[in-house]
Each structure stands twice: as structure tokens, then as C-alpha cells.
Design a binder for this molecule. Structure first.
Ligand SMILES: [Mg+2]
Length: 272
């Protein structure tokens, strides 16, 4: 039996201060056990690369809420379909072009008159301040390719109206911990499915079991397609009440504390 762990970053492996310190023992366990750790996040490739480096993870990753899958070129031993090759990765693209998404968001702002602010409207300084990121990290978060992050300053009714307008344009939206996102016909679940299929091809004959860890609604498509789905608590000490699935494991512990506990119980105590 081979396990593959898919994990969200913000609010899941990372706490509010973007620290993964509390999850370090479990991360090290996965690394030493050679269990793939696939980062599956709303973050950009540029941001994820920083965390991969720090964590010592060399497995493929999924950027911008399923916008693309980046696979190190020699990772799999067989050829597979991909859309482009960049900087040592084969890239499977599922998302829409960033410029088009920003254009659609601008049209919605014009039509509704609501105050919709996207990352493309914000300076790196503004993003740094709003997200508690360093200026350098905020610059990396602006290197978007497949998904635009935005906020709507308005009532719940107005926010819902913006979401309906996104859908009526044949696009998707998702709600993350800090921002909403407009994207194409992509989500974390579709990307996880494609990557899991590649692992199955690679490990022909041995059974693959997938694990997914998340904290917010944008993780739901990922949690739906994995074999073992786990949510960690939000900083308010509660699990996101909007995430509900049969067999969902609600682990005790906020963000990386819960993450560490979940990996420990799964692989050491083998309780699931
Ligand atoms: Mg999250």
C-alpha cells in the first residue's frame, strides 16, 4: 500500500503567521518515509517553490486552486500528456489565463458597481499589509497565472450576486481563508484526480491510498476525491461548518497543530 498526501497550505499546514513549525515532526516523518507530500493550494508557483525549498519537498505540486499541476521532469518514469515544459517541470494546465480572469472581474465590477478589489489592483505593499506577508512574499503572490484572488466590500447579498455573475460567465469561484477566487473550470479536486492517476500508472499493481488535508471551502473538491479526508480547525478553534462529507475526519488542533496530529494518528497509530 502506497500513501499520497495532498495538503492545503494557508490555514492547514501553515498557521496564521505562515509558520509550519508545529507540523515539522510530521513533515519529517513523511520525508523520511518517502511518502509524497503534494502541496495543493491557492498560492502561486513562485510562492510554493519557496515552501518546497524550505520543507525539503521535491514532489509535484498543484498551484492556484487547481489551475495547474507542476511535475518535476524526471519524476515519473513514463511519458504523459502535458501542456508545456518550464524550468524543469512538465506542466498540466487546467485553469484559464490570468489576464482573461482579471478582465472578467473588471467587467463584473463595472456592471454591478460593487467594490471588488483583486490582487492585480493591489500593490505588493498593500497585499503584504493585508495578508501579513513580507514584501518579497507578497511580490511572489502577485505572480498569478491561473486564478485571481479578490475581496468584495459589500453585503452578503452583493457578494452572492458577484458569485452568480461569475458562474453566468461559465467561470468558477471559490472561497479561501482570506480571499475569494475567480478561476476557470478548474478546482483542486480535478487536479488531484489527474495526479493520482499518474501515481497509479507509476505504481502499477500496488494499491494507492490518498489523503487530503484542508481547512476551507476551496479544499472541498480535493477532500471529495481523496480516500481519507481530514479538516483541521480554524484559528477560532472550530472546524469550517460548511465542509461536510461522509467519513470526514475533523481533527482536533488549529492548522499545523491538527496537521501534525492527523499525520501522526494516520501513519503511526494507524487508527484510520
Ligand atoms: Mg486554506
Amino acid at each position: 500500500m502506497r500513501h499520497i498526501v495532498y495538503s492545503d497550505l494557508d490555514g492547514t499546514l501553515l498557521n496564521e503567521d505562515y509558520s509550519y513549525k508545529d507540523a515539522k515532526p510530521a513533515i519529517n516523518f513523511l520525508l523520511s518515509s518517502k511518502i509524497p507530500l503534494i502541496l495543493c493550494t491557492s498560492k502561486t508557483r513562485a510562492e510554493i517553490e519557496v515552501y518546497r525549498e524550505k520543507l525539503g519537498v521535491t514532489d509535484p505540486f498543484i498551484s492556484e486552486n487547481g489551475g495547474a499541476i507542476f511535475i518535476p521532469r524526471d519524476y515519473f518514469t513514463f511519458d504523459y500528456d502535458h501542456d508545456r515544459s518550464v524550468e524543469g517541470y512538465n506542466v498540466i494546465e487546467l485553469g484559464e489565463e490570468y489576464a482573461d480572469l482579471c478582465g472578467e472581474l473588471k467587467d463584473i465590477r463595472k456592471e454591478t458597481g460593487y467594490k471588488i478589489i483583486g490582487f492585480s489592483d493591489m500593490t505588493a505593499e498593500e497585499i503584504a499589509k493585508d495578508c501579513g506577508l513580507s514584501l518579497r512574499d507578497a511580490e511572489l503572490s502577485k505572480k498569478r497565472e491561473y486564478d485571481e484572488a479578490f475581496t468584495i466590500l459589500g453585503t452578503k447579498g452583493q457578494i452572492d450576486e458577484v458569485f452568480r455573475s461569475i458562474e453566468s460567465r461559465g467561470l468558477n469561484y471559490t472561497v479561501g481563508g482570506r480571499y475569494s477566487h475567480i478561476m476557470g473550470n478548474s478546482d483542486k479536486g480535478k487536479a488531484v484526480d489527474i495526479l493520482t492517476e499518474l501515481y497509479k500508472r507509476e505504481k502499477r499493481g500496488s494499491e494507492i491510498k490518498t489523503v487530503g488535508l484542508g481547512d476551507s471551502l476551496n479544499d472541498l473538491p480535493m477532500l471529495k476525491v481523496v480516500d481519507i479526508s481530514i479538516v483541521v480547525k480554524k484559528p477560532d478553534g472550530l472546524h469550517d461548518p460548511e465542509i461536510d462529507l461522509p467519513n470526514l475526519i475533523r481533527i482536533d488542533g488549529v492548522g499545523p497543530v491538527g496537521w501534525n496530529k492527523a499525520i501522526n494518528e494516520l501513519f503511526r497509530r494507524k487508527i484510520w
